[in-house]
Design a protein around this ligand. Structure first.
Ligand code: ADP
Length: 464
């Protein structure tokens, strides 16, 4: 985008240059006409003098005038500023403002944009129309009113795809007196309110969910305490049984609170994709190691297969949480003596993912819980966790990642789940711009798979 908004001095200099050039051309034409006999010498001299006098008067007029308004100081990109012209303090403030600020001129063309605006709207280096970068009719309407000198407005807009975002736009008309033909500009200040809006909603959801889910175990604990204080006081056998149940209930409440907090944290920054690089394969291997005692207790073998390293764009803790939730579920819902296989493919395309997550045959149910947004050329690391558990019916698959959803009658023993694990995985995957897939066949088992975009810096070269 062009960052040069010509100053009033620049314009005057250009007009003086044009006047001089036109006068010179007129005189040369008159001399030629006179030499070829079309006009007499007298006519040539008098016309040339008249043109010179008029040009001189015009020169004097455009050389005097008011200095440009300091308020017209434009917002721009420091990288293109000529070095000999240091930035004014006002301009420097705008450059460093973390809020996107834009100046829009006649026809809705962006004349200036600070670096934050470039980043927020993904502006290129060429000037463009605001409507091409911000397709929000109410904002564009406010901008066109401001360009006609009408009152400024505050407009809010929300988008929900590909990611949720809530933005408040202040549209302010600015007088550009040095441009009599188009005397108004529109100043836009954008405030990204996504985080605060989400935080507000999360708080509400958390309170509603926590109070609803904790009410049952708390009521049961209160009941047992009553009984222990009353007729079971002397009954040693009943007391031990009740205390064991109470311990399980307390443990369940602890898991619920941990999972709810985890879900809230993930949802909170779901709109900000991670920028770190992490090894997804190493995370999976660490998770398997940490679960060996649990697997051993249940007589289940957890095996790893595939690429020993899988660099992805991801946050370590959250990748660990994905692996932990999927492997823990496989352990919870598999009978003793079975085997769980965790497979990692470090670098696969969308088509390969389609094939690799469709392995259980026609009769099995299969669902893409979420698909990655973005370009078709993107490469992914793929984790597949395959168990030989009781499996899930096809009709249940769409509901699996809902909060608190548990397949009918499926108990997982004293370590009963919270119904939040797969919802957490879904949100982490969405933050990582990845995909989440399940295939299952009752009586045979399930495969839960997650794809995460590979880190281009460390990715193995893609096969031609
Ligand atoms: P939970 O804490 O109940 O395990 P999840 O969100 O992790 O919650 O899972 C939701 C439901 O999906 C579980 O209650 C269970 O019924 C079903 N489920 C998840 N993973 C598996 C699996 N590997 N095999 C069979 N059923 C599963």
């Amino acid at each position: 985008m062009s960052n040069d908004w010509p100053s009033e001095q620049d314009r005057r200099r250009l007009r003086r240059r044009d006047t001089f050039a036109l006068t010179l051309i007129a005189v040369v034409v008159l001399v030629i006409l006179s030499m070829t006999g079309v006009i007499t010498l007298w006519v040539m001299l008098s016309t040339a003098m008249a043109i010179a006098a008029l040009s001189f008067i015009y020169y004097l007029v455009i050389s005097t005038g008011e200095p440009p308004l300091p308020a017209a100081e434009p917002v721009g990109d420091t990288s293109q500023e000529p070095e000999e012209r240091p930035l004014s303090p006002a301009r420097q403030i705008l450059e460093h403002l973390p809020f996107p600020v834009l100046l829009v001129g006649p026809g809705g063309r962006i004349e200036r944009a600070n670096p934050a605006a470039h980043e927020f709207l993904g502006l290129g280096t060429e000037s463009g129309l605001l409507s091409a970068s911000l397709r929000q009719p109410r904002v564009l309407e406010a901008v066109s009113s401001a360009l006609q000198g009408e009152r400024g407005r505050v407009v809010e807009y929300s988008t929900f795809a590909p990611i949720e975002s809530h933005v408040r736009v202040h549209v302010i008309p600015l007088k550009a007196e040095e441009d009599p033909a188009f005397p108004w500009r529109a100043l836009l200040i954008l405030a990204d309110e996504t985080s605060s809006k989400r935080a507000e909603r999360m708080r509400g959801d958390f309170l509603a969910n926590a109070s609803h889910e904790l009410r049952t175990p708390l009521a049961s604990l209160a009941g047992f305490i009553e009984t222990l204080k009353g007729h079971a006081r002397e009954d040693i056998e009943a007391r031990d049984r009740f205390l064991t149940i109470m311990q399980d209930q307390t443990e369940r409440m602890r898991r619920l609170i941990n999972d709810l907090l985890s879900l809230s944290r993930v949802e909170m920054d779901e709109h900000v994709p991670p920028s770190d690089t992490a090894d997804f394969s190493a995370m999976v291997q660490d998770t398997i190691d940490s679960m060996t005692p649990q697997a051993h207790d249940k007589g289940i073998q957890v095996e790893f297969e595939g690429d020993p390293a899988a660099p992805v764009i991801g946050q370590r803790d959250q990748l660990f949480e994905i692996a932990q939730n999927l492997i823990e579920n496989a352990l919870k819902y598999s009978p003793t003596g079975t085997r769980i296989l965790c497979q990692i493919n470090a670098d696969v395309s969308r088509d390969e993912i389609e094939r690799l997550t469709n392995t259980m045959g026609e009769s099995a149910g299969r669902l893409s819980i979420s698909n990655p947004p973005g370009s078709t050329g993107q490469r992914f690391a793929l984790l597949r966790v395959r168990d030989a558990g009781k499996g899930i019916e096809r009709r249940q698959l769409p509901r699996l990642s809902e909060r608190f959803y548990r397949v009918d009658g499926q108990k997982s023993g004293p370590k009963e789940g919270t119904g939040l694990g797969l919802a957490i995985v879904k949100h982490i995957v969405s933050r990582h711009r990845g995909g989440f897939y399940v295939e299952s066949q009752p009586g045979e088992g399930s495969v839960f798979s997650v794809s995460i975009p590979v880190s281009l810096a460390d990715a193995p070269a893609a096969e031609a």
